[in-house]
Every structure is written in structure tokens, then in C-alpha cells.
Unconditional design. Structure first.
Length: 255
């Protein structure tokens, strides 16, 4: 794992409109991320007593640093742990590498893209996508760096470089972020699963092009479903823009 201060960790911000995720931090520089209400919740879960705004900012920064792997505060202020990364229990690792044929070359010819020019069937566009031709996006997908993605019960979905094993990206849904600070509290004895559900990687036609997505759930954790665009696994692709949407009980009561 990278040093905690260098990790590329992102969190859903509770919206599916516009920018859906932010770099995980605790700062006044980014308005309303986390919101003041969420900041108060995280401090309470962590067992931190702070009254003034300056105290909250100072203590909250330590909470986020702990969640990202900083071990400077765990001997006195926060719960001790052997390692920063949580247990992998029920989440299944998913390998994401070069494009593979998922069967969409067999789509019927009447399925076309109206905005892509005459004669452009989805099947033809999918063949171009697989052959490293067509759009710049398909070329990135064909030659992308292989990664392995898996959820763990520190609350993060992790993406690891498939060759070096180094973490290159981490993401937590907003519903999980609201409960993550309980990991730091010395008063919490029971285990709470956070990112524990299955993951599925699949191609899908969106807009006017084929792209590759990872869809996952939190399983036994706080109820949430999310989709990440993993067409580009470089730092240009795996960032706050990768999150396409996430659903939790605040937006779908049936979850």
C-alpha cells in the first residue's frame, strides 16, 4: 500500500448529478465535502470530543488520516490495528485487463446508433472496440494497464496494479463513508462489515460508444450499489470521474 498521504482514495458525495465523487479528505478548502453534518457524525463515531470549529477540523483530519492508513494516532487516540487494509471476506477479486469478447458481436443488425452515422450497428462498433480501432476510448481500453479490484472491510473498494500489487485507486460509497469512522473508535468492539459484496465487470453501450464498467454492492455492509467506469485504468481514468452513479437507501428505499 502507498503511504496514506499518497493514496488516491475517493468517496461518493451523495449525489448522482454532476460531480459524483471527491478525493477523500477533511478540509475547509472543498465546500461541503464532507458536509458539516457528516463531519459531526464521523467525529461522534470515532469517539472524539470537539467543540469549536478549529478543534473539529484538527481532530477530523486525524480521523481521515487514520482511515487512510496513518498509524500515528492508533496507540492512544484511536483503536489499535495490525494493518491499514481491512479483511477481505465475501468480496470477489475481479481482474480487469485487455478487452475481451463478451458476446455483443452477435447483436442483431437492427440495433444501431442513431447518432453514430449511417450503417453503424452496435455489433460493428463492438468489433471495432475489440480490435483496437474506432474511438480513442476503445484504444485505451484495449491497451489498458491490468488491475485487480476487490472490496475489503476497511470500507474501500481497492484497485491494485496486477503486476506490482501496489494500490492505484480506492473508492468508498457515501453510505459507507457515513459509518467508516467507527473503525477508529476504541469503544466499538463488534465488527461491522463495510465493503463486502460481489463485483461484476461488463461492457455496455453508453451514449455513442462502448465502455467497460465495474458494478458492485456492499453486501452485508451499509446498503449501496455503485457503478465505476473502468475503461481506462490509468490515473486519467481511475479518479473521481470514474464513479458513474451510486444508490443507497436515501435514494432507493428497497435497498
Amino acid at each position: 500500500m502507498p503511504h496514506w498521504s499518497l493514496r488516491r482514495a475517493f468517496a461518493g458525495n451523495g449525489t448522482n448529478a454532476g460531480k459524483t465523487a471527491e478525493r477523500l479528505s477533511w478540509t475547509q478548502a472543498v465546500a461541503n465535502m464532507p458536509s458539516q453534518g457528516l463531519k459531526d457524525t464521523l467525529l461522534k463515531q470515532a469517539g472524539v470530543t470537539a467543540t469549536t470549529r478549529n478543534e473539529k477540523e484538527a481532530e477530523g483530519w486525524k480521523v481521515v488520516a487514520y482511515l487512510l492508513g496513518d498509524d500515528n494516532y492508533q496507540k492512544g487516540k484511536f483503536r489499535g490495528r495490525e494493518r491499514g487494509m481491512g479483511q477481505i471476506i465475501n468480496s470477489n477479486p475481479v481482474y480487469i485487463g485487455a478487452a475481451t469478447n463478451q458476446g455483443y458481436t452477435m447483436l442483431p443488425t437492427h440495433m444501431t446508433c442513431a447518432s453514430c452515422g449511417e450503417g453503424k450497428t452496435l455489433a460493428t462498433m463492438y468489433r471495432d472496440y475489440l480490435k483496437n480501432t474506432g474511438t480513442a476510448t476503445s484504444k485505451v481500453h484495449r491497451n489498458r494497464k491490468p488491475v485487480v479490484m476487490v472490496g475489503s472491510n476497511d470500507g474501500f473498494l481497492h484497485a491494485f496494479d496486477a503486476k506490482s500489487g501496489n494500490e492505484v485507486f480506492a473508492y468508498t460509497p457515501y453510505a459507507v463513508l457515513k459509518e467508516m469512522a467507527r473503525l477508529s473508535s476504541k469503544n466499538v468492539k463488534d465488527e461491522r462489515l463495510l465493503m463486502d459484496g460481489p463485483l461484476v465487470e461488463a461492457d455496455a453501450f453508453m451514449g455513442d460508444q462502448w465502455r467497460n464498467f465495474l458494478v458492485g454492492t456492499t453486501g452485508a455492509g451499509p446498503a449501496a450499489v455503485f457503478a465505476l467506469d473502468v475503461s481506462d485504468t490509468s490515473t486519467n481514468g481511475l479518479n473521481e470521474k470514474a464513479l458513474k452513479w451510486e444508490l443507497d437507501q436515501s435514494r432507493d428505499a428497497e435497498l
